[in-house]
Write a protein that binds this ligand. Structure first.
Ligand SMILES: *Cc1c(COP(=O)(O)O)cnc(C)c1O
Length: 379
């Protein structure tokens, strides 16, 4: 029944074999740079590729500073700590996100507080956020408090779902009026723009991931970006065990974290970063083909909202309802085309089921309908 879709995707990838959702491509200098770290023996915590990556990444996305980490989750952990998130405070985020967002909030002893997304952007809704804060939040001495729980609302973490932009300028403006710092979870949206500005650079801090399934990969890796020099210095210090520089003494001036990206991973990543523009271009062309294919179908292909330039990290279809979604998922996966639903909504997980939340109609609507289809670079 979805045979024509299977055929179309097999033609795109020029194969009748199993087609995964997203695989990395190493067609540039990756091998050369990785071998270079092995030849030099500098594979670990010292080496030039980490510094080179941080400099080139910051330039690439027009951020002043970039600090590489072992993965995106650790980057989120430190970014939230630097934003001022503490024990027994609340962090606003969307229920439609990957578990890492909520895990990082909990590592600091804080609680997620869920606000709904917009259907069209799949990202945090500024309209619902504003209404929710007006109703439930109060600002005292430059800090925001939840009127019901009395806890401080210490940060807001919008996430740009599958590479598509949230209305991030509006979100930041609302959070500013409520004295809430914004940490952007841009893990999925490297290379995406909103109003011609790179996602991840709107908030006080932004975070990206270089896990194996992301648009570029370090094997595992992450990065924190900011324009604030003090936060950048603290990020570097905290992610490198808070060691005070010295020729030979081991002095650490606070509790730090061993979150530094190894040079081996950074070498792979420097090679990948050189290919980013090509990847985004290739993925946008693929998205265009999907868009045309589904133009007259009852299955809707997710396109960009106004002012968004998407990296189309994972392509999204909206099925008519949950039943159709499951029929589609079964058919595709039975026929060698990897296809997946969106994550289980965070507010329905047992760890977070008692969290405060706005009405979450849009998230529920999306969770019943979204499927991802193969999105790797096409030959
Ligand atoms: C991938 C991802 C992360 C970070 O993941 P790591 O595997 O720790 O690098 C965080 N948030 C979202 C939304 C993600 O998709």
């Amino acid at each position: 029944m979805y045979k024509h879709i299977v055929n179309f995707i097999q033609d795109l990838y020029k194969t009748k074999e199993f087609i995964p959702l997203h695989v990395p491509a190493f067609t540039g200098n990756e091998k050369k740079y990785v071998l270079d770290t092995i030849d030099s023996t500098f594979v670990s915590s010292i080496g030039e590729y980490v510094n080179r990556f941080e400099k080139e990444f910051a330039e690439k996305i027009d951020s002043k500073y970039a600090i590489a980490t072992v993965n995106g989750t650790s980057a989120l952990h430190i970014a939230l700590l630097l934003a001022g998130v503490e024990e027994n405070t609340e962090v606003i985020t969307q229920p439609l996100t990957f578990i890492a967002t909520c895990n990082a909030i909990n590592y600091l002893g804080a609680k997620p507080h869920f606000v709904d997304v917009d259907k069209d952007s799949m990202g945090l809704s500024p309209t619902i956020l504003k209404e929710h804060l007006r109703k439930h939040a109060i600002v005292k001495n430059g800090e925001c408090y939840n009127k019901i729980t009395k806890r401080k609302i210490s940060a807001c973490v919008p996430m740009h779902t599958f590479g598509h932009a949230s209305r991030i300028d509006e979100i930041v403006a609302i959070c500013d009026t409520f004295c809430i710092p914004v940490v952007e979870d841009a893990a999925e949206s490297l290379g995406s723009l909103y109003k011609n500005k790179n996602l991840g650079t709107f908030g006080e801090l932004g975070v990206f991931s270089f896990n194996g399934n992301k648009i570029i990969t370090a094997g595992g890796g992450g990065v924190i970006v900011t324009d604030n020099v003090e936060l950048a210095k603290r990020a570097k210090h905290l992610t490198t065990t808070a060691k005070v520089p010295h020729r030979y003494e081991y002095v650490h001036d606070e509790i730090g974290y061993n979150y530094r990206m190894p040079n081996l991973n950074a070498a792979l990543l420097v090679g990948q970063l050189e290919k980013l523009d090509f990847f985004v271009q290739n993925k946008r062309e693929l998205a265009k083909k999907y868009e045309n294919f589904f133009k007259d179908s009852s299955i809707k292909f997710k396109t960009e909202i106004e002012n968004c330039y998407s990296n189309y990290w994972l392509n999204v279809l909206f099925l008519e309802n949950k039943k159709e979604r499951d029929t589609f998922l079964d058919y595709m996966n039975d026929n060698g085309i990897m296809s997946r639903p969106v994550w289980q909504l965070m507010n329905t997980m047992k760890m977070f089921e008692n969290s405060q939340k706005s009405p979450l109609e849009n998230s529920k609507w999306l969770a019943d309908r979204i499927v991802n289809i193969p999105s790797s670079i096409t030959p």
